[in-house]
Design a protein around this ligand. Structure first.
Ligand code: ZN
Length: 536
């Protein structure tokens, strides 16, 4: 006997609202495709009314991503729900998710509405949403700080109006697991007709309890968990999908005891690692090494005693195997003598479907790397393909770079940057070699966005490892007026992520900065920051 927990992924909606995580429509589509491969049941694709880009991303995911139900978020207004209904219309299975705050503090200070007014709006919204689809989810925003009698009244009314999923958000990440579990149990006992609906969790991580709260909800009868890859989300984030799924997967005994049958999810756990890496790369949110499940150290047994134990019997210290989340136990090594066939087979094994041109481009990059680095691992191949092949149009390309460092002198850098207009050279000094290189790039390209963050990591270990640099740049239209046509990027400042790889970290850093500038140019004028945000 099995009982399914629906995995509702909100990486593209709540996750994308994390400051600095903004994704292009193409990047969202790529993540949505991978989420379908991962096996999530519902993809919350966006908040269609909030901007033209959000609407487009939702529509394109609805058109092109098969398998999961595609969901769009809407406040209770007619405009929001109509917009979501339209954006979702191409989807075979579609869901409208509508929400309104029910806590006294939100109703009074944010909405300026009374309880009867909020109740009326919730019911009207659900009824209108049902004219677009039979699958309607309702969220009483800030549910965990709402008065229980009013919460029960609203939920009873929206069930009568046709809501099929009831989501109980801990919007501000305030409650603790015992309390959250009790809220779910009280609602199940107190709301007439709730047994015909699915109860959902949506927990924020402000106190580090998002996953624990979600699991407490499941233990008490919730059968949908809203979560995001790598725990991405507003502020401290949302419940991490990989942690929720692996907890249910690893501890069926615990959940079976409460449910009377074995709880399962539809997730193909072997796709977890790949999905996590993809989201990290596209958002520029580096995963901390000690992150549960997907961090670099999550399966590393370094202590001598542990290693000895693991070698004798894996279960001594390993509660999950790396293979379960798709980390291959044996690492394939390629080298400069690997032919095109072997290379393309390996790419396919890693899950890439590349066009002939992309494959050739990837192979040439691979040969360059293999020249400098004798052994090329799977992680290197992933970095080569994601960072060098699947990129936006190259407005600028690094043709040549020289950096000079001398004790007692400012570092100097010289670059040659290729563009449609030909090759531009520039030289500059800086506080450090990377700073000097960036100053030279600014001069040669004519763009000088502020550097918001910079990080570098080794893709694999060893002294010849590939270095991967990730930068975030921030455009400030007021300082960009001379270089970028003001207005084409919208009124507010925007963040763009760039990545670069090389066996040389300064070159990787330069490539990352140029990549970020290319992304900024590619997106100028195409999408503006959403005008409204959904704080759910
Ligand atoms: Zn949220």
């Amino acid at each position: 006997m099995e009982d399914k927990v629906i995995i509702f992924d909100t990486t593209l909606r709540d996750g994308e609202q994390a400051p600095g995580a903004s994704l292009s429509v193409a990047e969202k589509l790529e993540i949505a495709r991978q989420l379908a491969v991962l096996g999530v049941d519902v993809i919350e694709a966006g908040f269609p009314v909030s901007s033209p880009a959000q609407f487009e991303a939702t529509t394109r995911i609805a058109e092109q991503v098969k398998g999961p139900t595609i969901c769009g978020l809407a406040r209770t207004t007619e405009q929001d729900i109509t917009s979501a209904g339209k954006a979702l219309s191409p989807a075979k299975r579609r869901r409208i998710h509508t929400f309104i705050a029910t806590s006294s503090i939100h109703m009074k200070h944010k909405l300026n509405k009374t309880e009867p007014e909020v109740l009326k709006m919730a019911v009207a919204a659900v009824k209108l949403a049902r004219t677009f689809t039979d699958d309607v989810e309702f969220s009483p925003e800030d549910a965990c700080r709402s008065e229980m009698p009013f919460l029960i009244e609203v939920l009873t009314a929206v069930i009568e109006a046709g809501a099929t999923t009831l989501n109980i958000p801990d919007t501000v990440g305030y409650v603790l697991p015992y309390e959250y579990g009790r809220i779910i149990a009280e609602l199940i006992a107190g709301v007439p007709g709730i047994d015909k609906t699915v109860i959902s969790t949506h927990c924020h991580n402000d106190l580090g309890q998002a996953v624990a709260n979600s699991l407490a909800g499941v233990r008490n009868g919730a059968r949908q968990v809203e979560c995001s890859v790598n725990g991405l989300g507003e502020r401290a984030g949302n419940a991490a999908l990989e942690e929720v799924v692996m907890a249910i997967h690893t501890r069926p005994d615990f959940f079976t005891k409460a449910a009377g049958k074995q709880l399962v999810t539809g997730i193909n756990t072997k796709e977890i690692y790949r999905t996590s890496q993809l989201v990290s790369r596209l958002t520029g949110f580096v995963i901390q090494p000690n992150k549960a499940i997907v961090g670099a150290n999550a399966f590393a047994h370094e202590s001598g005693v542990h290693v000895d134990g693991v070698l004798k019997e894996r279960k001594t210290y390993e509660i999950m195997t790396p293979e379960t989340i798709g980390l291959s136990g044996s690492r394939m090594v390629l080298g400069r003598h690997t032919g095109r066939h072997g290379f393309s087979e390996r790419c396919k094994k890693l899950g890439y479907k590349l066009s002939k041109d992309e494959m050739e481009q990837a192979y040439q990059k691979f040969l360059q790397v293999a020249d400098k680095k004798k052994e090329v691992f799977d992680e290197d191949l992933v970095a080569i393909i994601d960072d060098e092949v699947r990129v936006v149009e190259h407005t600028f390309e690094l043709e040549y770079m020289r950096v000079h460092i001398e004790t007692g002198k400012s570092p100097e850098a010289a670059v040659k940057i290729k563009s449609k207009e030909g090759i531009k050279e520039a030289q500059a000094e800086g506080d450090g070699p990377v700073d000097a290189a960036y100053n030279a790039i600014r001069e040669a390209t004519g763009y000088s966005p502020d550097l918001e963050s910079y990080s570098i990591r080794a893709v694999t270990s060893g002294k010849e490892a590939l270095g991967e640099a990730t930068v975030k740049i921030k455009t400030d239209p007021s300082t960009l007026s001379t270089t970028l046509k003001t207005g084409s990027l919208g009124a507010g400042s925007r963040t763009f992520v760039g990545r670069g790889i090389s066996t040389d970290i300064i070159e990787a850093s330069a490539k990352a900065y140029i990549d970020a500038i290319n992304r900024m140019i590619a997106r100028s004028g195409t999408d503006e920051e959403p005008s409204v945000k959904a704080e759910l």
